[in-house]
Write a protein that binds this ligand. Structure first.
Ligand SMILES: Cc1ncc(COP(=O)(O)O)c(C=O)c1O
Length: 372
């Protein structure tokens, strides 16, 4: 079976560990194990006492309890801990979709949110619901969605806060979307990997899991909490039959999460407010740098301020961001990413606001622009 290239991950596999200045990471600055344990108030020695056995397939009860407590209405039994966050997208596609089912996916999007559903349901069965640029932001139209839905639509895939645009719906619009999915009997799948990264001035929304008992939610520690190396993610799945099918699929993919990830994930959830605040503070200060930077180059960039998340999508007046990104990586040690990889166009680039050296990378980018 031919599968689509995972363009974003192939791009980062080539450049992430050999390019010193990176402007396009979606994760937030990480911490050391020592820092994490100290933030959680747990002695470092406790790590050494962990026994390296299997963990329960659905996730250890203590971790599922800590995860459930971060929602208003979720029971620990409704949480499925994953081997990695991205695994949750595959498991849902496998557990939910039958031949003939159709899927509508918000786009642009992190590759897996489109490609995995195409692999499982067939490319013809996946329709794209496009975010629309407005003068200074992004919008999603419910009437456009309505036109994409058919009696065969089984699943609607969204991602809030959105990677790459930073779009976040208003609380009323978010509720209306959940009601629309419920009324049509469609499973609403919301990827909430960037949950809690809401920029000042944007009204926050609750988790989709707390808005609709029929929704499935993906979340994890990679982005908001800056811990992508833990590979810790989870799904909230209310429907017991779907949950059982999904866990059965998981026996074939990862069986269970690594014991050290579970242990450190429990520590991270104890320190979640500190970790999230660190990320949001860094994002807001990088956002100020980005706004000042793009204002200095009017005509070259089209800037739309993100509402939430750790990324933004910026229009760049070059023939091909993809071609330029190869050149900048090679010649300048500077990484930018084309939105074409994410289902956008090749005249937009994703920028990532969560890293400490964002300002230094931006300066490097400014030097290069100045030399053109
Ligand atoms: C929207 C979204 N969902 C899921 C993932 C996967 O997360 P992880 O890489 O931690 O598995 C990513 C990673 O970039 C993402 O941006």
């Amino acid at each position: 079976m031919d599968i689509a290239p995972f363009e974003t991950e192939q791009f980062f596999a080539r450049f992430e560990f050999n390019t010193p200045w990176q402007l396009c990471n979606s994760d937030c600055e990480t911490v050391t194990v020592e820092e994490l344990m100290s933030l959680a108030g747990i002695p470092l020695d406790d790590l050494g006492r962990q026994r390296l056995g299997y963990t329960p397939s659905q996730g250890g009860p203590a971790l599922r309890e800590a995860i459930a407590s971060s929602y208003r209405s979720v029971d620990p039994d409704e949480v499925v801990v994953l081997g990695t966050p991205v695994e949750g997208i595959y498991l849902l596609a496998r557990a939910l979709l039958e031949p003939g089912d159709e899927v509508v996916v918000l786009t642009p999007a992190y590759d897996a949110l489109v490609n995995l559903f195409e692999h499982v349901a067939g490319a013809d069965a996946v329709r794209r619901w496009r975010l629309r640029p407005t003068a200074d932001s992004w919008a999603l139209d419910l009437d456009r969605l309505d036109a994409l839905l058919t009696p065969a639509t089984k699943l609607l895939v969204v991602n809030f806060p959105h990677n790459p645009t930073g779009f976040l719906p208003s609380p009323g619009w978010h509720r209306a979307l959940a009601e629309l999915a419920e009324a049509r009997g469609i499973c609403l799948f919301c990827d909430e990997m960037y949950f809690g990264l809401v920029h000042s001035g944007t009204p926050p929304i609750p988790s989709t899991a707390d808005v609709s008992a029929h929704a499935v939610v993906l979340s994890g520690l990679s982005k908001t909490f800056g811990l992508p190396g833990l590979r810790c993610g989870w799904l909230v799945v209310r429907d017991p039959n779907l949950r059982a099918r999904l866990i059965n699929w998981k026996h074939y993919t990862s069986i269970c999460a690594p014991v050290l990830s579970e242990f450190l994930a429990r520590a991270a959830l104890q320190a979640r407010d500190d970790l999230r605040c660190r990320s949001i503070e860094r994002i807001e200060s990088n956002l100020a740098l980005a706004e000042a930077f793009f204002a200095r180059w009017p005509g070259r960039f089209e800037w739309r301020r993100p509402m939430a998340g750790s990324t933004a999508l910026v229009g760049f007046d070059v023939p091909s961001v993809a071609a330029l990104s190869e050149r900048l990586a090679r010649e300048e040690g500077l990484l930018i990413q084309s939105a074409a990889m994410l289902g956008g166009d090749d005249r937009h680039m994703r920028i990532g606001l969560g890293r400490d050296n964002f300002g230094a990378a931006l300066e490097r980018f400014g030097d290069w622009l100045g030399r053109q």
